[in-house]
Design a protein around this ligand. Structure first.
Ligand code: FE2
Length: 391
């Protein structure tokens, strides 16, 4: 029998939390920022190919049967400071398969980087978090990563990830991607730099419960509040609160549907995602014009913005540094608040269901989320909804 040449030996062991140990941070729930977002897919290979060739995420690490892992296939991708991992099941009995059957392509884990995983997990659980995975140490010849997870809305989780002593690609047990697929085409990044925010959709009446969860359990604070008056159209409405944590590095807006004359896009999401979950992941760039030009050239589809939207930009937003004709040509939205302005654009759904999508955002002072664009966005989304017969 031929031997497998790319097996990556690794260990995975629960941490002994009884051990007396020195705290690594004054605040047990100190969060350094987003570590990665873990997506579950029907096929990790196909999804990674899409994320690479359409969005410029570079596959950096692989774990699957070729590396000696028989449970699932995972591909980690990186662009700028953004880490994504996409995983698919190899058997229908896998919980990953069940998740994908229910939600289709979706974000399972919005993972936070922490200096002390054991402390973060213990503190979060003491404050009422539902544990999913107790602190677990993954190790291979490149070092160790400690991970623990807690439950959030729907079937979504937050992992605490401590990477104090790991030099390998992404995670212990993964092989460098190029070792497994040495002949893959070279991928060029598109200019996405960091995860700016991750938005969750929850059921009607549940937003304040989750706001309370992030405040009580993770010590987050509420950043801004858009009332449904700010962001409603004649036919749909939502309520949104933005939770802010990790010293400003983590922003998690939470949406719930509000009463409207017809089905809101949040209700449509909840129906097709079969429950709450991550609605969109926003990536920040310093040059949205270049990013969107590249993405459009690669065939990425964005929400349609009516040309008339741009007629009111000079009066609503004032002067911006970017060429407005180029902004209009690329379908980028602009908004201003008291701190400055921002440019943003939303992709169409990444999968067949009207659920997960991406946002690209460039901040020029504004720390908002484009409240002034909600109306324009909603009108654009509703045109899509009407096309699907769901409005
Ligand atoms: Fe957003």
């Amino acid at each position: 029998m031929a031997t497998q040449k790319n097996v990556v030996p690794f260990t995975c062991a629960l941490r002994d939390l009884g051990k007396s140990r020195t705290a690594k941070a004054a605040d047990p729930l100190a969060i350094d920022g987003f570590d990665h977002v873990h997506l579950y897919a029907d096929s990790a290979r196909q999804s990674a190919f899409y994320l690479a060739h359409a969005f410029g995420f570079i596959p950096i690490a692989y774990r699957g049967p070729e590396t000696g892992w028989k449970e699932s296939v995972s591909i980690a991708l990186k662009q700028g400071g953004v880490l994504l991992c996409v995983t698919s099941a190899l058997k229908s009995s896998s919980p990953i398969a069940a998740h994908v059957l229910k939600h289709s392509f979706s974000a399972k884990d919005v993972a936070f980087r922490v200096p002390d995983c054991d402390a973060a997990f213990q503190e979060a659980v003491a404050r009422g978090a539902k544990p999913v995975l107790p602190p677990t140490e993954w190790a291979d010849s490149s070092g160790a990563v400690i991970q623990a997870s807690i439950q959030t809305y729907g079937d979504t989780i937050h992992s605490f990830v401590e990477r104090t002593a790991f030099s390998g690609p992404f995670w212990p047990g993964f092989a460098p991607y190029s070792k497994i697929f040495p002949k893959d085409a070279t991928i060029e990044e598109c200019g996405l730099e960091v995860i700016d925010h991750v938005v969750g959709n929850v059921e009607l009446g549940k937003m304040n419960e989750w706001v309370g969860f992030y405040e009580r359990v993770l010590g987050f604070s509420q950043l801004t509040h858009f009332s449904d008056k700010d962001i409603s159209t004649e036919y749909s409405a939502l309520m949104s609160k933005v939770m802010n944590g990790g010293g400003g590095k983590i922003k998690l807006p939470i949406n719930e549907p509000a009463e409207g004359k017809r089905k809101s896009q949040i209700e449509e999401y909840l129906e097709f995602n079969e429950g709450p979950g991550v609605q969109h992941i926003a990536f920040r760039t310093q040059d949205i014009l270049a990013v969107v030009s590249r993405l459009r050239a690669r065939g990425v589809r964005f929400l349609f913005v009516p040309k008339t939207y741009y007629d009111e930009i000079p009066s609503r937003v004032g002067t911006i540094n970017e060429d407005l004709s180029k902004v209009r040509e690329l379908g980028i939205l602009v908004d201003r608040d008291e701190d400055g302005y921002l440019l943003q654009i939303f992709t169409k759904n990444l999968q067949d269901r009207p659920t997960l999508f991406f946002e690209i955002i460039q901040r020029e002072g504004s720390q908002g989320f484009g409240a002034g664009n909600f109306k324009a966005l909603f009108e654009a989304i509703e045109r899509d909804q009407a096309e699907r017969g769901n409005l």
